[in-house]
Design a protein around this ligand. Structure first.
Ligand code: ADP
Ligand code: MG
Length: 238
């Protein structure tokens, strides 16, 4: 079987509120998938179901291997150092050997540009550094599926670039699922799912969706215009 992640008509209800309705996904190892859609369209709920943080109300989800998640709000432990934040789950939950875990944790800290922060606490880090720490923590668990929910929103552009680079390397052998409202981050995905009103309304590559000239194309074109206006304003400001 070639799939690694498959969602068969999954739905999720919170009381009477439907958060996702009949979503189908079929994602193979080595693919990067973007989930795009307006606020409230069900993106986070879908990712939380994939990560096992929510139970689907109907349909089923098949995932081979574990899923690592990186969120917009980091979810770090404030009372633990960077090294402890990363090593906690493998040592406590998976009962891995401490010296082995810490050795790998230091390597991953270096990979995300935080080798000098092993003993620092999250409060001593910038937003971008916190997010790179959250990424290192996900990497240590060596998941087959990575989920990034607006993980590069509200952080400095250098951290964003670093994180996008790590995502690119991961994508070669894993599954990466990316939510980002900056469509520039998602144009190179193998597949883009556009969520509208809790359902997938369009899917395809960037080129296919631009050709289709639907909702995705509209939003992409608008963002491009806004970015170029912002650039002009910044150029004038010097
Ligand atoms: P997005 O991430 O695209 O902004 P969400 O997945 O957060 O969308 O939300 C989809 C819908 O589900 C929204 O209408 C939201 O209010 C609702 N929802 C999400 N989580 C909960 C929850 N825990 N309880 C009740 N409703 C929720
Ligand atoms: Mg969300």
């Amino acid at each position: 079987m070639s799939y690694t992640l498959r969602a068969n008509n999954i739905s999720k209800r919170f009381g009477t509120e439907e958060a996702i309705k009949g979503v189908k996904l079929d994602i193979k190892k080595g693919e990067t998938v973007a989930i795009i859609g307006p606020s409230g369209s069900g993106k986070s709920t879908l990712l939380r179901c994939i990560g096992g943080l929510e139970k689907v109300t109907s349909g089923n989800l098949e995932i081979k291997g574990i899923c690592g998640m990186v969120f917009q709000n980091f979810n770090l432990f404030p009372h633990m150092t960077c090294l402890q934040n990363i090593s906690y789950a493998p040592i406590r939950v998976n009962k891995a050997k401490r010296d082995k875990v810490e050795k790998r944790a230091r390597k991953l800290l270096a990979m995300v540009g935080l080798s000098d922060k092993a003993g620092a606490y999250p409060a001593q880090l910038s937003g971008g550094q916190k997010q790179r720490l959250a990424l290192a923590r996900a990497l240590l668990l060596n998941p087959q599926v990575y989920v990034f929910d607006e993980a590069t929103s509200n952080i400095d552009s250098e951290s964003e670039e670093q994180i996008m680079n790590v995502i690119k390397t991961l994508a070669e052998s894993k599954i990466v699922i990316l939510i980002s409202h900056r469509l520039a981050n998602t144009v190179n995905s193998n597949l883009i799912y556009f969520l509208h009103d809790k359902k997938i309304s369009e899917s395809g590559t960037h080129q296919q969706l631009m050709k289709k000239n639907g909702e995705y194309a509209k939003i992409f074109t608008k963002q491009k215009e806004l970015e170029s206006i912002n650039k002009n304003i910044n150029d004038i400001k010097g």
